[in-house]
Design a protein around this ligand. Structure first.
Ligand code: ADP
Length: 220
């Protein structure tokens, strides 16, 4: 976004996920309009967000009243109420909003949202669960799910790479992943080069298909 005026983003549903998205956007300098059909929730959110409205967003007329046509980005953060999520998504799509993000509580929910035309579907619970599993096993120190099956992880260098350059270790051919960054203890991360020699206790930033980076990290 540019420095003049960040666009206003509409966040529909101010439950745990929606309110977290909304307040993060506010901290990042965006104008946010938060909407929820529940008056008590709207009242709570008013202290954190500059603009809040109570409305049932599954109703196209209510959406029109909050000026849906002016928004370029809308986040639909309704998880539990499947019908409300789908009807809201449909109304937002029909209003012609170009960029729509929606939370899905499970895969079936996500499939429906995708099939009616929501391009960006996120699964916060599933993602967080996957990340915690990776981190608590101690194999990965950080895990970023970049797409459904593409990820970036921070992990210790596997033993069989120690003493070799990345070229000698044939990381891409042998493991199907790309090492993009490497860090010696006490030093900063640097970009990995073909002639970088891996040392014991080096930390690596590894990019690739989720399954392959998981397999790579489990060798450490
Ligand atoms: P989370 O798990 O992130 O808390 P929930 O699905 O429990 O998500 O919360 C969804 C929020 O969306 C609730 O605060 C609910 O009042 C609101 N909501 C549900 N349906 C609508 C609707 N049609 N229009 C606006 N807000 C809605």
């Amino acid at each position: 976004s540019n420095r003049t005026k960040a666009e206003t983003i509409l966040v529909i549903g101010l439950g745990r996920f929606g309110s977290s998205v909304a307040s993060s956007l506010v901290r990042m300098g965006h104008e946010v309009l938060g909407v929820d059909e529940n008056a008590a929730i709207v009242q709570d959110a008013a202290s954190q967000l500059t603009h809040v409205v109570q409305a049932d967003c599954a109703n196209p007329e209510s959406l029109r009243q909050i000026g849906i046509g002016d928004f370029k980005t809308v986040v639909i953060a309704i998880g539990g109420d499947l019908e409300a999520s789908i009807l809201t998504a449909l109304a937002v799509i029909e209003a012609g909003v170009p960029t729509i993000w929606a939370k899905a509580n499970n895969e079936r929910h996500g499939k429906i949202l995708k099939s009616i035309g929501v391009k960006n579907v996120v699964y916060p619970e599933a993602r967080m669960g996957q990340m915690v599993a990776h981190i608590l096993t101690g194999k990965m120190m950080d895990f970023v799910d970049l797409d459904n099956d593409f990820a970036m992880v921070k992990t210790r260098a596997p033993h069989d790479l120690v003493g070799k350059t990345l070229e000698q270790a044939k990381v891409r051919q042998e493991y199907g992943v790309t090492i993009v960054g490497i860090k010696r203890s006490g030093e900063d991360f640097t970009y990995a080069q073909a002639n970088t020699v891996v040392q014991k206790d080096d930390l690596l930033i590894v990019l690739g298909e989720t399954q392959l980076v998981e397999r790579f990290a489990s060798r450490t």
